[in-house]
Design a protein around this ligand. Structure first.
Ligand SMILES: [Zn+2]
Length: 446
């Protein structure tokens, strides 16, 4: 047993002198060739974005602490200011960045998984259409290929659950600013009476966001953390300047400090949850990259050597040439099936349209919602066969049936000739083995 796989059937290769051999299918190749060919499959180090590896935990360690024995309100104020500044300019942006990066990494991993799924489906479709043809009686192997080919029907097969990022909203500079503003406001109420304090009160009420009529919460968010930081620091300076050395003020500062600490603890909790998420995502990401390379490798070294003999034979090339017209019709059916399943939002008045007009209206809307490449492909396909879009559901169904019948008639005529070719017959075993490869990879990404 080794870590190297057989390109024909995905079984583990065994060392046999200077060669690797497969006991399942008899494949043999020199060790050095296999090792160099399979380098890509074995070369998956850390794929994790570098900034997710480190940095954040160190930052949490450096949160400044407030002294336990303040005698002067001014030093309590100075330390609180330091801490607020740290949270707003260091912790919160870093925390948001972490969440966004993980979210991005999650999306990348999903995309990678979809690529493997769609590649499997594409290959299964090619084998079904070119090697078996539509007339072949279904057996377990063909069923399996259809099953794999079905993966292409889903735009985003096997999508992950979306991560919940709602906790971010609770730990914005705004919510911290609100708490500090409220606490300072209360301190001021208890002690205030000169002009500077009134100014400070004004600033504090801006922070507490009570004045919905002046600025909405969203507007304040747009102002950004810096602006809010300024407001808070100004309020704090003015207030403390007036209060002077005051036990009550020191207590108030401690109250605010505790609330900030609770927010930081909440962020820590979320972060440790995230680190587990990152680890799992990284594992999946490595797996999908590996499977994508395995698939590429098995197609190139396991399937293609014999399959291409068949695909390049004179008989097959003439068959493909004769099939061109039918291919356009099949392509049309394929795209139209997709169009039918495109979801569109319809206004209520659509229901009032006459039946066929309604069909055409909805069809155009669905076509417009296709991605550009497919839409162009659809229009060029219609132009090539000199046809227009279907007029009604009945028309669409009739076209489908006609295309299917034409395809089967054509195949009845040509397929038996192809099946007598030596290159076709010698593929039988390879196809069986390669279907195993597809099955194993599909199972790994499920
Ligand atoms: Zn093998």
């Amino acid at each position: 047993m080794s870590n190297y796989i057989c390109p024909r059937c995905h079984a583990s290769l065994q060392k046999n002198g200077s060669q690797f051999a497969c006991v399942e299918c008899g494949f043999m190749q020199s060790i050095s060739i296999i090792q160099s060919d399979q380098k890509k499959i074995h070369s998956h180090g850390a794929l994790l974005p570098a900034h997710l590896d480190h940095g954040y935990y160190g930052l949490l360690d450096s949160v400044p602490d407030l002294d336990t024995t303040y005698f002067r309100a001014s030093s309590a104020k100075r330390d609180l200011e330091k801490k607020i500044d740290f949270v707003q300019t260091g912790l919160v942006p870093e925390y948001k960045y972490l969440f966004n990066t993980v979210h991005e990494f999650d999306r990348e991993t999903t995309t990678l998984r979809n690529r493997v799924a769609l590649e499997l489906a594409r290959i299964a479709n090619v084998i079904l259409k070119e090697y078996y043809g539509p007339l072949k009686v279904r057996d377990s192997q063909i069923e399996l290929l259809h099953n794999i080919a079905d993966l292409s029907k889903y735009k985003n097969p096997l999508e992950f659950e979306k991560m919940d990022l709602s906790c971010l909203d609770e730990i914005t500079p705004i919510s911290i600013g609100e708490t500090v503003g409220d606490a300072l406001g209360m301190t001021l109420m208890q002690t205030a009476s000169d002009g500077r304090l009134n100014m400070a009160l004004d600033l504090a009420s801006n922070i507490s966001l009570d004045g919905e009529d002046r600025q909405s919460k969203e507007d304040l968010k747009d102002l950004g953390a810096d602006m809010l930081g300024d407001l808070m620091v100004n309020a704090a300076s003015a207030a403390f300047h007036a209060i002077g050395e005051n036990r009550e003020a020191i207590q108030q500062v401690r109250g605010v400090d505790e609330e900030i600490d609770m927010k930081i603890a909440e962020m820590c909790d979320n972060t440790s949850g995230i680190s587990i998420e990152i680890e799992q995502l990284n594992k999946k990401n490595k797996l999908y990259s590996k499977e994508l390379h395995t698939l590429e490798y098995c197609v190139e070294h396991g399937l293609m050597p014999k399959f291409s003999d068949f695909l390049n034979s004179q008989e097959y090339l003439s068959y493909r040439e004769a099939r061109k017209e039918i291919d356009h019709w099949l392509n049309r059916t394929h795209i139209e099936n997709e169009i039918l399943s495109v979801p569109v939002v319809l206004s209520r008045w659509t229901a009032l349209l006459p039946k066929n007009m309604k069909f055409r209206y909805i069809w155009k809307k669905k076509t417009a919602a296709l991605d550009e490449h497919k839409r162009r492909n659809y229009y060029s396909c219609l132009r090539t066969i000199g046809q227009k879009m279907p007029k009604s559901l009945k028309h669409y169904n009739t076209l489908n049936i006609k295309t299917e019948e034409a395809y089967r008639t054509f195949e009845k005529q040509h397929r038996p000739v192809l099946e007598t070719l030596e290159s076709h017959q010698s593929l039988k075993e390879s196809m069986k083995n390669f279907t195993k490869v597809l099955k194993i990879i599909k199972k790994k990404i499920d």
